[in-house]
Design a protein around this ligand. Structure first.
Ligand SMILES: C[S@@+](CC[C@H](N)C(=O)[O-])C[C@H]1O[C@@H](n2cnc3c(N)ncnc32)[C@H](O)[C@@H]1O
Length: 225
């Protein structure tokens, strides 16, 4: 099955339990991690949350510009819409975003970057819709010793229950997404190659989670423009 369809179905199926599951998997730390990421970015301006899920990032976001969340799962967006009344939500793919050029000051991805099947296509889109000195902020799992432990836990202990709930192929996808997650250094390299320089970064929980903010280099945006 096409990877995008598996991802969409997996998250749609999970949508009703997503918030509680992510709370349990992060031992209640997800809220604080998201708040830390929001404190690392520009305070004002237009924000886009890619792979917004149930809209938690935008719900915590206090900026005065407009807030937009996109996702490929309609089920996730339904929950986000109920929760966060001052944001707009759209069904859209990160690799082909329905926005005009130079619209956003900040693009945020919380637990989404590693799920994107074609990060090159996504980063090209980011270069197009971000303002000249715009920034991208990412919170995600970095591959390493601790992500391997998590993978083993998911493969051998949670599998029977999770496969029943989601189906084997969808649960296998979640394990695969951890297994194939890029490391923080690989993410930085990818961003550099698209003309971004890292402004701030933090590693949390023995390197399992990273928070990263990168800004467009002015020379790079001039070349693109
Ligand atoms: C792990 S959830 C993260 C949700 C939310 N950002 C959070 O921090 O809780 C990943 C989300 O990314 C969405 N997603 C995956 N691939 C996508 C794509 N290509 N374009 C847009 N959204 C995508 C999924 O549907 C899912 O809702």
């Amino acid at each position: 099955m096409d990877k995008r369809v598996v991802i969409k179905e997996a998250f749609s199926k999970l949508s009703k339990f997503y918030d509680i599951l992510i709370y349990l998997l992060t031992l209640g730390r997800i809220k604080s991690l998201q708040i830390q990421l929001l404190r690392m970015i520009k305070e004002e301006g237009n924000r886009l949350d890619v792979g917004t899920g149930t809209g938690e990032i935008l719900n915590k976001s206090q900026n005065r510009g407009f807030k937009i969340g996109i996702d490929i799962s309609f089920e996730m967006l339904k929950i986000a819409k109920r929760k966060c009344k001052d944001a707009h939500f759209l069904l859209a793919d990160a690799e082909n975003m329905p926005f005009k050029d130079s619209l956003f000051d900040t693009i945020i991805l919380s637990l989404t970057y590693r799920h994107l099947p074609n990060r090159d296509a996504f980063l090209r889109e980011v270069g197009r819709i971000l303002k000249t000195e715009g920034e991208i902020a990412i919170l995600d799992v970095s591959k390493g010793r601790f992500s391997t432990i998590l993978t083993i836990l998911m493969k051998y202990f949670l599998k029977p229950f999770a496969s029943l709930l989601l189906g084997r192929e969808r649960w296998a996808y979640f394990i695969h997404s951890l297994d194939k997650a890029p490391t923080l250094s690989e993410v930085i390299e990818e961003l550099n190659s698209y003309g971004f320089r890292v402004k701030a970064k933090k590693l949390k929980y023995f390197g399992l989670i990273y928070l990263l903010v990168a800004q467009r280099k002015v020379e790079a945006s001039l070349q693109i423009g």
